[in-house]
Write a protein that binds this ligand. Structure first.
Ligand SMILES: Cc1cc2nc3c(=O)[nH]c(=O)nc-3n(C[C@H](O)[C@H](O)[C@H](O)COP(=O)(O)O)c2cc1C
Length: 323
């Protein structure tokens, strides 16, 4: 399949694996890239730029295909050494960066001068247009369904994607709620040039996370996610568990008075415990509504081959035969 996204990134299929904290290690990124998609290493999961340098080198040993690095600009207490991470990316020969969170403008000149293509993840049309205006090469349009941070507008992809298509000139991929060939064909029909998946790639053989996390995703239905931190305007979609229910009770009882410190216990330092040790009740971790469409744990190649075969059948047979 050829779209503006496959051309831009030099990949076989228009399928991207979004950056995921404590999930996007070299093993997953390489497996996705080897299967013809675009794998992404999560930059900030690596504690220092030197660690990222090593992770990039590890990934390069596992694949000779293009892969990218995610840089998330979130409001954190101590600002990470972004210039250092960018040096690791450029010196490591990585030519694709997925940015997310805050405006990446300050870092774009360095990335672009080094020939790095930038895809920025946005949850609204206005942020997508801003990304286009500041010189990003593409956008990942993340709908309300998505796992992680859906923003505060609550616009699902059925509306957000065609709205983005109405306004954007640069290519974009659909993100949030994508799982299979149906998702890909729908995304293309709504104006996207491909799709980005997070939760779906967690439930794959190569995702280097605890088996309990994969099994929890397969067991979950579309009804099992919750939105947390809305009162702090830092909304995150997570899988429900005891810690999340506890956190939501605090949000309900403290109301507008709530501060980040009140919920630290349920959100801070959770990822290594869940993803590495399989402590499923350790706290809140991101998961999309798309869990309802995830019923198995294939290899990345099996998943991507299946998506592409299903998409082709849908386009040629189901849709073609309706005309
Ligand atoms: C466990 C998990 C961790 C994530 N961590 C990050 C992150 O660190 N940075 C980022 O930009 N997006 C992160 N995301 C968002 C994904 O990259 C992607 O945009 C999102 O999962 C798409 O929605 P989906 O899960 O419905 O496919 C995370 C998502 C999940 C499920």
């Amino acid at each position: 399949m050829k779209t503006r996204i496959t051309e831009l990134f030099g990949i076989q299929y228009p399928i991207i694996q979004g950056g995921m904290h404590y999930v996007g290690f070299a093993e997953l990124a390489a497996a996705v890239s080897n299967a013809g998609g675009l794998g992404i290493i999560t930059g900030l999961t690596q504690k220092t730029p030197a660690d990222l340098t090593r992770e990039i080198a590890r990934c390069r040993k596992m694949t000779d295909k293009p892969f990218g690095v995610n840089l998330t600009f979130l409001p954190t207490v101590t600002t990470p050494d972004y210039p250092g991470y960018i040096s690791a990316i450029i010196d490591g020969g990585v030519r694709i960066v997925e940015t997310a969170g805050r405006n990446p403008e300050a870092h774009l000149p360095r990335l672009r001068n080094a020939g790095v293509k930038v895809i920025h993840k946005c949850t609204s049309v206005r942020h997508s247009l801003k990304a286009e205006a500041i010189g990003c090469d593409a956008v990942s349009v993340d709908g309300f369904e998505c796992g992680g941070h859906p923003g505060e507008d609550d616009i699902p992809n059925m509306i957000l994607l065609p709205r983005a298509a109405e306004e954007l000139k640069i290519p974009f991929v659909a993100s949030g709620g994508m799982a299979d060939g149906r998702s890909l064909v729908a995304a293309l029909a709504l104006g996207a040039d491909g799709m980005n998946m997070g939760t779906r790639f967690m439930a794959t053989k190569e995702a280097p996370i605890h088996e309990s996390v994969k099994r929890a995703i397969v067991a979950a239905s579309e009804l099992d996610t919750r939105l947390i931190m809305r009162p702090l305007r830092n909304t995150e979609r997570v899988l429900k568990n005891v810690a999340v229910e506890h956190l939501l009770e605090k949000e309900a009882s403290l109301g507008r008075k709530i501060r980040f410190e009140d919920i630290m216990e349920e959100v801070s330092g959770v990822y290594p415990k869940v993803m590495m040790d399989g402590e499923m009740e350790a706290g809140a971790w991101s998961c999309g509504m798309v869990a309802g469409l995830i019923h198995d744990i294939p290899t990345c190649k099996e998943l991507i081959d299946r998506i592409m075969a299903e998409a082709e059948t849908l386009i040629r047979k189901r849709l073609g035969s309706m005309l």
